[in-house]
Design a protein around this ligand. Structure first.
Ligand code: IMP
Ligand code: MG
Length: 168
């Protein structure tokens, strides 16, 4: 298996600054704000929240697709904490088919939050099987499997400082 660099540390850093600028504008006048951080975005979220100038609380939620490797199967969502009467920002590493985010949004919306938006470092629109809007997106990627900066391939490569493309 070969890896090639898709986005360098510096490119990621600049992208996060840009995302934070947009988020700071969007959420400046809003309150209270809950960030829901999904597992694969732990590194992204750690860098992102330190650029945010609005107050917020953070909860971690696990959304997992059954099946391993590069195939996304049925979606399983852990029940999130109480979300009513808050503005919710979902912080996701990558939106692929869209199934995980759509499922999570459905569950959150049952509790009537004030708003639900999605911030994803990466978006692979060509792989969508269900309509899913990414409100704040770092990079749009082509149909490649990427790892690093929190993203894994069978739990490997999460600690890479850059985002690499898997080439088999
Ligand atoms: P979706 O439900 O198909 O949108 O799946 C999104 C989830 O699949 C992400 O949160 C990742 O955990 C995983 N995923 C999708 N594409 C990739 C990739 O290229 N690399 C690593 N994980 C991926
Ligand atoms: Mg994920």
């Amino acid at each position: 298996m070969k890896l090639s660099t898709l986005y360098s540390e510096e490119q990621i850093r600049r992208s996060i600054k840009g995302l934070a600028r947009d988020l700071n504008k969007e959420y400046k006048q809003k309150n209270p704000i809950l960030l829901i951080v999904l597992k694969g975005s732990f590194i992204f979220a750690a860098d992102l929240v330190r650029e945010l100038s609005f107050s917020h609380v953070i909860e971690f939620v696990r959304v997992s697709s059954y099946g391993s490797g590069m195939v996304s199967g049925e979606v399983k969502v852990e029940v999130p904490p109480d979300v009513s009467s808050r503005h919710i920002l979902i912080v996701e590493d990558i939106v692929d088919t869209g199934k995980s985010i759509v499922k999570l949004k459905e569950i959150l919306e049952e509790q009537s939050p004030l708003s639900v938006k999605v911030c994803a470092l990466l978006d692979k629109p060509s792989r969508r099987v269900i309509d899913c809007k990414v409100d704040f997106c770092g990079f749009k990627v082509k149909n490649a499997f990427v790892v690093g900066y929190g993203l894994d391939f069978n739990e490997r490569f999460r600690a890479l400082k850059y985002i690499g493309e898997v080439k088999e």
